[in-house]
Design a binder for this molecule. Structure first.
Ligand code: GDP
Length: 461
C-alpha cells in the first residue's frame, strides 16, 4: 500500500468524498470511470491508485498530476476522491447513508449527441430528491464531425481552437443539455462560466475515448467537493464505524459476507456490528475484514488480505456469522463504546426511513436492494398504482400466493426489479394466472405493467 493512500491519512479532518457516476445506458459511464482509473495509473505509476471493495480511490497528488496546471494540490485539504465502481442510478439509490445518498457528489454523464433520455431524467429525479450536488459530463465530444483533439489542453481551449462550424455544432448540443437542465429546475452553464458549483450545475465537455476534458472534470469535482465537504463532511475517524451494505454474497472460505462502504468512523476486526436484515436488525461479531490484495500480488485462489481495521471513507468486505438475512442497501453500525440497544434502535430507525407505502390491495413488488425497492415504490405511487407487498429478494412461491389474493385482476401481478424468480414461483405463477414482470430498468418495468393493465381494461369493455 502506498503512503499516498488517502484513506490511511488519519490526521485529516475531512474524509475522502464519495463520488457516483450516473446517466442513461450507453452514454459512457463505464468508459469514463475506466478512463479516470486509467489516467490515474498512468499519471502516478504503479501503486498510485488503490483498489478497494466496490470503489477506487484516487489520491490528491495523482489528481493534480492528471489535471496539470488546473489543480494546485496546496489549494485543497481533501485526501482525494473515492469513485464508486458500479455506475448507474440503480446502484446510486441503493447506496444510502443516514439521511440520504451515500455518494457526496455525482457525475451525470450525458451523450452530447443523444441528449437527455429516460434514465437521465430518472437520475436527475434521484439527485434532486437526495439533494446531491453534481456536475454534468457532456460525453463523446470526439464524435462531433470535424472535432480536432488536442490532448493535454483544457477542453475549453481546444473548443476555442476548433473551426467555426465545429464550434457551432458542439455548442448547439451543449446548450441543448443546459436547456434540459434548466427545464428540470437547475441553473446550469459551461463549467468555465460557473463560479459556485453548489448553486449552479457546471457542464464539462469530455471524451471518455480521447481523455479530453477529464483533467477539467476532476478539477471541477475537487472544487465542488472542497466546498461541500468543508460544510458537511468533517469527520472523526476514531469513532465507531457507520456504513452501507453494497452487496451480500458468498466468499470462498468465509461464508456469507458483506461488501460495504464505511462512510464514517472505523470498523475493527473485533467489533460487534448491527446490520439491517429482512426480519430486522442483525447483531453479530466481525470475524474478518477483507480487502483486495494489491494488484501485483493477486493470485487465483486468494484475492483478499485480512486487515485489522478500515477507516472512512473506504470499501471493505466483512465476514461474520448470521448474515444470511442481510439486505443490500441496509445500514451497518459498529457497537463500540456504545450502548447496544441504542445502536440497534438507530438501525431500526434507518430501516424505517426507507419509504415504501403498501395498501390492502395492490401488486407485489420485489427488488434487489432497499434503495431500489424504494425507487420502484415511489414511481408506482406517482402513477397511482397500489402496492400490497414490497420486499427485497428473489420472487418466491409465497409472493405468488400473496398476489393471487390481491383482489382486482390488474393487481394479480408481481413486478420484479433486478431479482431472480425461483423456478417453483414461476411455475406456480403460470398455474395461478399471476402475471410476472421482470426488468432491470424501472420505467420499462412499469411500462410493461401499464400495457398489461390497458389490455385487461380493453378486454373488459
Ligand atoms: P454506459 O452504459 O453508460 O456505461 O456506457 P459505456 O461506457 O459502456 O459506453 C457505451 C459505448 O459508447 C461503448 O461502445 C463505448 O466505447 C462508447 N463510448 C463511451 N464514451 C465514448 C466517447 O467519449 N467517445 C466515443 N467515440 N465513444 C464512447
Amino acid at each position: 500500500m502506498s503512503d499516498t493512500d488517502p484513506t490511511t491519512a488519519t490526521d485529516d479532518t475531512l474524509r475522502t468524498p464519495i463520488v457516483a457516476v450516473l446517466g442513461h445506458v450507453d452514454h459512457g459511464k463505464t468508459s469514463l470511470l475506466d478512463k479516470i482509473r486509467g489516467s490515474a495509473v498512468t499519471a502516478g505509476e504503479s501503486g498510485a491508485i488503490t483498489q478497494h471493495i466496490g470503489a477506487t480511490a484516487v489520491p490528491l497528488d495523482v489528481i493534480s498530476e492528471i489535471a496539470g496546471d488546473l489543480v494546485d494540490p496546496t489549494d485543497f485539504d481533501l485526501p482525494g476522491l473515492l469513485f464508486i465502481d458500479t455506475p448507474g442510478h440503480h446502484s446510486f439509490s441503493t447506496l444510502r447513508s443516514r439521511g440520504g445518498a451515500l455518494a457526496d457528489i455525482a457525475i451525470l454523464v450525458v451523450d452530447v449527441n443523444d441528449g437527455f433520455q429516460p434514465q437521465t431524467l430518472e437520475a436527475i429525479d434521484i439527485l434532486k430528491r437526495t439533494q446531491t450536488p453534481f456536475i454534468v459530463a457532456a460525453n463523446k465530444i470526439d464524435t462531433v464531425p470535424g472535432w480536432n483533439p488536442n490532448e493535454g489542453q483544457p477542453v475549453q481551449q481546444t473548443m476555442d481552437a476548433q473551426s467555426d462550424r465545429v464550434q457551432s455544432d458542439l455548442n448547439e448540443k451543449l446548450y441543448e443539455i443546459i436547456g434540459e437542465l434548466s427545464d428540470n429546475g437547475f441553473s446550469a452553464d459551461m463549467y468555465w462560466r460557473v463560479q459556485n458549483f453548489q448553486a449552479n450545475i457546471g457542464v464539462v465537455p469530455v471524451s471518455a475515448e480521447t481523455s479530453e476534458g477529464i483533467p477539467d472534470l476532476l478539477t471541477v469535482m475537487m472544487g465542488l467537493s472542497q466546498r461541500y465537504m468543508k460544510e458537511e463532511m468533517e469527520i472523526d475517524t476514531s469513532g465507531p464505524g457507520v456504513g452501507t451494505v453494497l452487496e451480500v454474497k458468498d466468499t470462498q472460505g468465509f461464508g456469507t459476507t458483506l461488501d460495504a462502504i464505511i462512510y464514517d468512523g472505523t470498523i475493527r476486526n473485533d467489533d460487534t456490528i448491527v446490520v439491517g436484515g429482512l426480519q430486522g436488525p442483525i447483531v453479530t461479531d466481525v470475524r474478518a475484514l477483507l480487502r483486495p490484495r494489491p494488484l501485483e500480488e493477486i493470485r487465483t485462489e486468494q484475492e483478499f488480505e485480512q486487515v485489522e481495521q478500515v477507516a472512512a471513507a473506504d470499501g471493505v468486505k466483512i465476514a461474520a456469522p448470521e448474515l444470511g438475512d442481510a439486505m443490500a442497501g441496509a445500514p451497518i453500525r459498529v457497537i463500540r463504546d456504545r450502548d447496544r440497544s441504542e445502536v440497534i434502535a438507530e438501525v431500526e430507525e434507518e430501516l424505517a426511513e426507507i419509504e415504501v407505502t403498501t395498501q390492502e390491495e395492490g401488486v407485489v413488488i420485489k427488488a434487489d436492494t432497499l434503495g431500489s425497492l424504494e425507487a420502484l415504490s415511489s414511481t408506482l405511487e406517482e402513477e397511482e398504482i397500489p402496492v400490497m407487498r414490497a420486499e427485497v429478494g428473489a420472487v418466491a412461491p409465497r409472493d405468488v400466493r400473496v398476489a393471487e389474493t390481491a383482489g382486482e385482476p390488474t393487481n394479480q401481478a408481481i413486478l420484479a426489479f433486478s431479482v431472480d424468480v425461483l423456478d417453483d414461483a414461476r411455475d406456480l405463477a403460470e398455474q395461478e394466472d399471476v402475471e410476472l414482470f421482470e426488468d432491470d430498468v424501472i420505467y420499462q418495468l412499469v411500462e410493461s405493467y401499464d400495457d398489461h393493465v390497458t389490455a385487461i381494461e380493453e378486454a373488459q369493455q
